[in-house]
Design a protein around this ligand. Structure first.
Ligand code: GLN
Length: 401
């Protein structure tokens, strides 16, 4: 199959929206978008703009009652309207996360992301499949279709791209209980030849207080968080309006081993990406990442039992036909994560960025390199963990047609 070279310019918007502050969240989003527009020349407009999960409403809703005023049908409401204006302004696709109530039944609610075309038409609506504990507090429903493949067409490039959306928890093991090696979402993407993976997220920083935090520790941790934010000179809801705009293709992210001491676990250095989560996200896409032991599985027929006992089409990137389905192929992952703090307890990890999986096999890649040091992953750039901003990159990759 011949390879076609694709040139795509993607922008990721990192915001710190606060619950109940819809007007100011939207106002700040526009201030940022206008600043960004002033910095790019007319010929450098993005082809796609991606916003985070629940980009305009904030994330930590604790009941159906509380989220009710913000639930919208896919073709109405502030997120739909903003996406439409952004698409027209930049002549681009816009992807934005928002709380959805179904058009057929207002009681059925989802954590969704809509896709707006450059002409301002809704072309796709994806509902989160794997729910996080916070989603369950307002009785969010799982996507009944589970993960989905859709096409984005770029007529001026004579191109249709195979795409999938994963919203935050979609990247984790189902309910945090499924076997880690199932890699449900990334295996779906691999098996369905997805070329562009778009992830609107509200992913937490590890210093957050969650349901798994011991009750006895929670109060002390909360104090620590507020003291730490004061030291950083940001309010209890995190940084807002200190916009970081990164449109420099040369500003790539340096690799750091997952066990390196250089990876701080604390919420500080807000201008720097949270490399602990960057490494974790790469690990969750292991089916797309070079791993030399796969060849042994294949050559020695070690996956025989897996193919026989399960209805699986792939196992950590290996298929019945080939030791690594991605070998010689490319795929791009674009993660737009929110930043900031909610409830004084939930810190979001920001670090929105781009990853190109280049499909290169280097048969010396051992289990120790399942992180950003793996040569089959090209890190094209990340925003820092704590400030609002936009990162844009020209992404070059090959697709088979
Ligand atoms: N696994 C994600 C996290 O720990 C889930 C958060 C989400 O779905 N918003 O941050």
């Amino acid at each position: 199959m011949p390879n076609v070279l694709v040139d795509l310019r993607i922008a990721l918007v990192q915001l710190n929206p606060q619950l109940g502050k819809l007007d100011s969240n939207i106002r700040r989003a526009w201030t940022l978008l206008n600043k960004f527009n002033d910095q790019i020349s007319k010929s450098k407009k993005p082809d796609i703009v991606v916003f985070p999960e629940f980009a305009l409403t904030g994330y930590n809703f604790h009941s159906r009652e509380q989220i009710k005023p913000y639930l919208c049908h896919p073709q109405e409401g502030p997120s739909y309207e903003l996406a439409k204006e952004v698409s027209k302004k930049f002549n681009c696709y816009t992807v934005i996360g928002y709380p959805e109530k179904s058009i057929d039944n207002d009681e059925k609610c989802y954590n969704s992301a809509l896709v707006m075309s450059p002409l301002g038409k809704l072309v796709f609506n994806y509902r989160k499949s794997f729910l996080y504990e916070t989603d369950k507090q307002w009785q969010c429903e799982e996507n009944p279709q589970r993960f989905e493949k859709f096409k984005l067409s770029f007529p001026s490039k004579n191109l249709n791209l195979n795409c999938a959306i994963g919203i935050c928890m979609d990247l984790s093991p189902y309910e945090f209980k499924a076997p880690f090696n199932d890699f449900e979402f990334s295996s779906f993407c691999l098996e369905n030849d997805i070329e562009l993976i778009i992830c609107p997220m509200a992913w937490l920083h590890s210093s957050s207080i969650t349901s798994s935090t011991e009750k006895a520790d929670a109060e002390r941790k909360k104090m620590e968080i507020s003291r730490n934010l004061a030291t950083l000179n940001v309010p209890i809801y995190g940084s807002q309006g200190n916009f970081h705009i990164d449109i420099d293709n040369n500003n790539k992210t340096s690799a750091v081993e997952k066990d390196s001491e250089k990876i701080g676990k604390d919420y500080r250095d807000l201008c720097k990406p949270d490399m602990s989560n960057v490494n974790y996200w790469i690990l969750r896409f292991l089916p797309f990442v070079d791993l030399s032991v796969r060849k042994d599985w294949f050559d020695e027929n070690l996956l025989h039992d897996i193919w026989r006992s399960e209805s699986r089409k792939s196992y950590i990137g290996a298929t019945k036909e080939h030791y690594w389905k991605m070998h010689g192929k490319n795929a791009v992952l674009a993660i737009a994560n929110r930043c900031g703090v909610e409830d004084g307890t939930t810190l979001f990890a920001g670090s929105s960025g781009f990853y190109k999986f280049n499909g290169n096999a280097d048969n010396s890649t051992d289990e120790l390199k399942l992180d950003s040091t793996n040569k089959s992953v090209e890190m094209l750039g990340n925003l820092g963990k704590g400030h609002e901003g936009i990162i844009m990159r020209d992404v070059h990759f090959e697709v088979q047609r």
